[in-house]
Design a protein around this ligand. Structure first.
Ligand code: SF4
Ligand code: SF4
Length: 118
């Protein structure tokens, strides 16, 4: 196992990753799951909370009007905590990008057990 695989980063809930420009990808099956979680019809969720992704390959959550902040961010909380999109649960441990630590306040921490972590 390489050193990078051994390090796990604990989110500090700075919310920066919910405010970056770009897609909050909704993977297959997540649209239905989130609409159900919010207790609204599927068509209503798609109409009011989603847009076509930049690559036109599927849906993304929209931003709050006039900002780059995700529509589901409520203070420092995600309204979708229990059904958060797969993309959101993976940053920064499953995926990240060059210089990501300049934008993310997560800190190295003991890796959680498989049953209790992201
Ligand atoms: S940018 Fe990093 S520390 Fe901040 S909320 Fe996202 S994962 Fe957590
Ligand atoms: S869905 Fe939640 S975790 Fe993902 S970007 Fe929006 S507010 Fe952040």
């Amino acid at each position: 196992m390489s050193e990078s695989e051994e390090i796990w980063y604990q989110c500090q809930r700075c919310t920066n990753c919910c405010k970056w420009e770009g897609d909050v990808v909704l993977a297959e099956g997540e649209v239905e799951k989130i609409a159900d979680f919010l207790g609204i019809p599927l068509y209503e969720f798609v109409k009011d909370y989603t847009r076509l992704r930049d690559n036109r390959q599927g849906l993304s959550l929209i931003d709050k009007e006039g900002t780059t902040e995700c529509i589901m961010l409520d203070g420092i909380d995600c309204r979708l905590q229990d059904v958060k999109p797969y993309q959101c649960t993976g940053f920064p441990n499953r995926w990240n990008f060059e210089n990501w630590r300049e934008a993310c306040e997560a800190i190295p921490a003991p890796r959680p057990s498989p049953s209790g972590g992201q």
